[in-house]
Design a protein around this ligand. Structure first.
Ligand SMILES: NC(=O)c1ccc[n+]([C@@H]2O[C@H](COP(=O)([O-])OP(=O)(O)OC[C@H]3O[C@@H](n4cnc5c(N)ncnc54)[C@H](O)[C@@H]3O)[C@@H](O)[C@H]2O)c1
Length: 252
């Protein structure tokens, strides 16, 4: 069967387990013919992704808080797979203290770490990735509507997502001449490991579901299918954009 991503090699960063949005993206892209390569954060998380992907060669360690880990990961990738056609960046982290109550709870250290891992990492990955991306290629990152409104408990991560989206636009400008498009998907709230760090996350997900246009929450695969589109040549005119895949929650 032919798919719209036939012949494309795509790196997916951020699968922690089968609930990860990155896993939805990987599954949807595989269904459309892409060859998917994965990075995992560390040995502890490798155990989980190994249950989902049985080809050891496709699993590469990459801690985005370390430049040397990023360099190592991309050089391993290049030597095993050559040039690639896309990167999905589905990575974020903030300490629990940054994700509850007042934004005045934020600390210099916690804020710095959240922005380093959740926002700067897109630039760092794009810099390393640019050396092995084909022309054309596509980079997709994951964001949330807490970037442009003050949502309960989302706090520092909202600021990190604003920086991520801005970084995405600057990257779109500067990688455009090399044929690399850069976009973000603003996904609806869904239960994942990352979300469980947010104070009151169960209420956040329930509320988000009740605010969808049909009362049914968006799925990992719906986000994945939009990722397929952005990775495909059908999206050749789309760059520097944030596409909402939240079944209308952002309309409220
Ligand atoms: N779940 C939601 O409701 C939701 C909504 C909108 C956007 N997002 C975004 O989607 C993306 C994926 O999150 P998710 O919800 O699937 O959760 P997840 O916990 O499954 O994925 C987060 C990933 O980030 C990785 N990560 C954290 N620190 C890292 C580091 N230093 N180096 C490398 N990897 C690191 C983790 O290993 C994990 O794989 C995040 O950017 C998140 O903010 C999530």
């Amino acid at each position: 069967m032919s798919g719209i991503l036939d012949g494309k090699k795509i790196l997916v960063m951020g699968v922690a387990n089968n609930r990860s949005i990155a896993w939805g993206c990987a599954q949807a892209m595989t269904e459309q013919g892409a060859e998917v390569i994965y990075t995992y954060q560390n040995e502890r998380l490798k155990k989980f992704i190994s249950k989902l992907v049985d080809d050891e060669d496709r699993l590469i360690e990459c801690d985005v808080s370390s430049d040397s880990s990023i360099d190592q990961a991309f050089s391993t990738m290049e030597s095993h797979f050559g040039k690639i056609d896309g990167i999905v960046h589905a990575i974020a982290f903030a300490k629990k203290e940054e994700l509850g109550g007042s934004i005045l709870n934020s600390t210099r250290e916690g804020f710095g770490q959240a922005l380093d891992v959740s926002s700067y990492s897109l630039l760092a990955v794009a810099k390393a990735g640019a050396k092995i991306l084909n022309n054309p290629a596509s980079i997709v990152t994951l964001t949330y509507m807490g970037s442009d409104r003050a949502l309960l408990n989302y706090n520092t991560m909202g600021i990190a997502k604003a920086a991520l989206e801005s970084g995405m636009r600057y990257l779109a400008r500067d990688l455009g001449p090399a044929g690399v498009r850069v976009n973000a998907i603003s996904a609806g709230a869904m239960r994942t490991l990352a979300v469980s760090g947010i104070k009151g996350h169960s209420e956040l997900i329930k509320e988000s579901q009740s605010e969808t246009v049909d009362g049914v929450n968006v799925t990992q695969m719906e986000v994945g299918n939009t990722c397929v589109f952005l990775m495909s040549d059908l999206a050749s005119g789309v760059t520097g954009d944030v596409i909402f895949v939240d079944k209308g929650v952002h309309l409220r």
